[in-house]
Write a protein that binds this ligand. Structure first.
Ligand SMILES: [Mg+2]
Length: 266
């Protein structure tokens, strides 16, 4: 293993976890090997802090992580005691809701389904989660999950509008999240800056994602990796040293990481 510290910033759904079952059993041993070798794995997800804490607990991990599309960073103190337990980057969901309510036209609002206002069974269908996990996914502190029912042009218009009022609309796998003016990339840069102050500059970053809301993050990493996603056209991505998998998650995750580590070590 190289002397340099490797940090893996990874998306979860569709990257590390199977996008339908959310499982990753086939690569669990490999993941544990990486952890034992001293590599730091930092999930960077649209999931909530509650979901990510539950993920840690369920699999006995102790990962620091970034939640709700770059809204906050949790657990950097596990990496170095003097680092903060929580870095909040985003404004609160109430503030975001207020800005949205006051500034988005009724015309556009009519094309939007706020998922948290739906019946529980409909929410379950959209998130693809069992009831006990749904309650964790809806505990949002910084983002409003929606579905957009309109044409592609209307959707792009909506995303532009959202940008003009200082927020962002971020497409993940199943939903769009209305967030503050932050994203996975900004939060990762913040985390890396804090970690580098403690561990020195000899940190190498690997980024793993499978979708549009991961691309900016991948661009900021030394070794950007894209896991195959049938619903995402990767030919439009312009990243020079992009490592792509031919398999979807979770096997594709192990493939790109193996390739990246091999390059780092040679
Ligand atoms: Mg994903």
């Amino acid at each position: 293993m190289s002397k340099k510290k490797i940090l893996i910033f990874t998306d979860l759904d569709g990257s590390l976890l199977d996008k339908e079952t959310f499982k990753f059993d086939v690569i669990k041993d490999y993941l544990k090997e990486l952890i034992s070798s001293g590599i730091l794995i930092i999930p960077n997800s649209s999931k909530t802090e509650s979901e990510l804490l539950d993920f840690n607990k369920q699999y006995n991990f102790d990962f620091s992580f970034i939640s709700e599309n770059g809204s906050s960073i949790y657990g950097l103190n596990k990496i170095d005691q003097s680092l903060p337990q929580r870095v909040v980057i985003s404004r609160s969901i109430d503030e975001i809701q207020k800005i949205y309510d006051a500034n988005i036209s009724l015309d556009l609002k009519n094309k939007i389904t706020p998922i948290l206002e739906l019946e529980i069974d409909e929410q379950q269908k959209i998130f693809g989660l069992p009831l006990n996990k749904l309650s964790l996914a809806t505990k949002r502190m910084h983002s409003i999950p929606i579905q957009f029912r309109g044409t592609e042009t209307e959707k792009n218009n909506f995303i532009k509008n959202i940008g003009e009022i200082g927020l962002t609309a971020q497409s993940g796998g199943r939903i769009i999240n209305i967030c503050d003016n932050t994203n996975k990339s900004k939060a990762m840069s913040k985390a890396v800056k804090l970690i580098r102050k403690k561990l020195g500059n000899e940190c190498i970053t690997i980024g793993v994602g499978d979708n549009e809301n991961d691309i900016e993050m991948l661009k900021q990493t030394d070794y950007p990796c894209l896991v195959k996603n049938e619903n995402f056209d990767s030919s439009l991505i312009n990243i020079d040293n992009l490592i792509k998998s031919s398999e979807p998650s979770p096997l594709g995750w192990a493939d790109v990481i193996k390739t990246a580590i091999q390059i780092i070590e040679t």
